[in-house]
Design a protein around this ligand. Structure first.
Ligand SMILES: NC(=O)C[C@H](N)C(=O)O
Length: 334
């Protein structure tokens, strides 16, 4: 029988009706009660690590989750984290960077409707997550609505429907029906030992461009942050005519503050070299995001800045694929 450690962190799945709306409140025992584990031959140990709406999850909490898993790594065959869906994609990405060389599954799940409600996706999601945590596989995975997604590729697409998450720019790993896991592809199990690195610098700013963004905002950003992600347009375009952002990008790059260019388009990633609006940015030693999603980029930049402030080292870390976060055949340079 497999031994699974279930770490509860809050979210809708553990929520109850409070005076001011839904609020996480179930105890470990109450959560355990709801498992439909009849067909599952597992021994589950449940611990409440925190009880937060995931909106209130901060970067420091990712470290707590990673450390807890590292601490109990040898004791259990697999791990399940129940989590709010709103920032679940950030947590799954962060854990993918913090815990590398996993030879056991770390499975994150949640629900759109509290598990204590009559009609809920919580029971299915927990059962599926426990089922997948019994697999002989290594890595961080999101299990939601019967689908298994690589931790660095999960994006919340819907606020209410059960199929809240999609795998962006990468194939789903598997789907789960009943007690069966049907694989589309199976990640190879790492040959390495578990490497735990929870160091983070949360001073990362995410700027979503829109027509009219004022360059002066960078003066303020500079006083508070050590790295900036610009969610630019399309293939990586940044305006260079009225309200040109190029002088600020140049200034940051010369000051050794990493600027990462990503795209607001969810699918297919950026290619900075395709258009003039991209190439003009590329001349300033910016970091490119390829087809990584925003959740992964934010977590990866915080994680990289936790190790070094050297802009070249940061570029190297970000532009190197980790935990299937980045495809290597994106953006052909011409
Ligand atoms: N479905 C959910 O879990 C949403 C909730 N607000 C959370 O992220 O904690």
């Amino acid at each position: 029988m497999k031994n699974i450690l279930l770490l509860a962190t809050g979210g809708t799945i553990a929520s109850v009706e409070g005076k001011e709306g839904l609020v996480p409140g179930l105890s470990a025992e109450e959560l355990l009660q709801y498992f439909e584990h009849t067909s599952l031959d597992v021994n589950v140990t449940c611990e409440i690590l925190m009880n937060r709406d995931s909106t209130n999850i901060q970067p420091e909490h990712w470290g707590q989750m990673a450390e807890k898993i590292a601490q109990h790594y040898e004791q259990y065959d697999g791990f399940v984290i129940t989590h709010g869906t709103d920032t679940l994609g950030y947590t799954s990405a962060a854990l993918s960077y913090m815990l590398q060389g996993l030879r056991k599954p770390v499975v994150i799940t949640g629900s759109q409707v509290p598990i204590s409600f009559k009609k809920t996706d919580g029971k299915k999601n927990i059962t599926d997550a426990l089922r997948f945590a019994c697999e002989n596989i290594g890595g961080v995975f999101v299990v939601f609505d019967g689908r298994v997604i690589i931790g660095t590729r999960a994006v919340k697409m819907r606020t209410k429907s059960y199929d809240a998450f999609e795998s962006i720019n990468y194939p789903y790993v598997a789907h789960i029906t009943g007690n069966e896991v049907h694989y589309y592809w199976k990640p190879v199990i790492s040959e390495q030992k578990l490497q735990v690195d929870t160091r983070l610098c949360p001073d990362v700013f995410l700027l979503k461009l829109y027509p009219g963004t004022k360059p002066e905002i960078f003066d303020y950003i500079k006083t508070l942050y050590k790295g900036v992600i610009i969610e630019s347009f399309g293939n990586g375009g940044v305006p260079f005519e009225e309200r040109s952002l190029l002088p600020k990008i140049k200034e940051f790059s010369e000051a050794g503050i990493p600027i990462l260019i990503s795209t607001q388009c969810l699918e297919e990633g950026e290619n900075l070299y395709l258009y003039e609006v991209g190439r003009k940015v590329a001349q300033y030693n910016v970091i490119v995001s390829g087809d990584m999603n925003t959740e992964a980029i934010v977590a990866k930049l915080m994680w990289a800045l936790g190790k070094t402030t050297d802009i070249h080292e940061i570029k190297q870390i970000i532009e190197t694929p980790i935990a299937w976060d980045l495809s290597t055949d994106w953006g052909v340079e011409e």
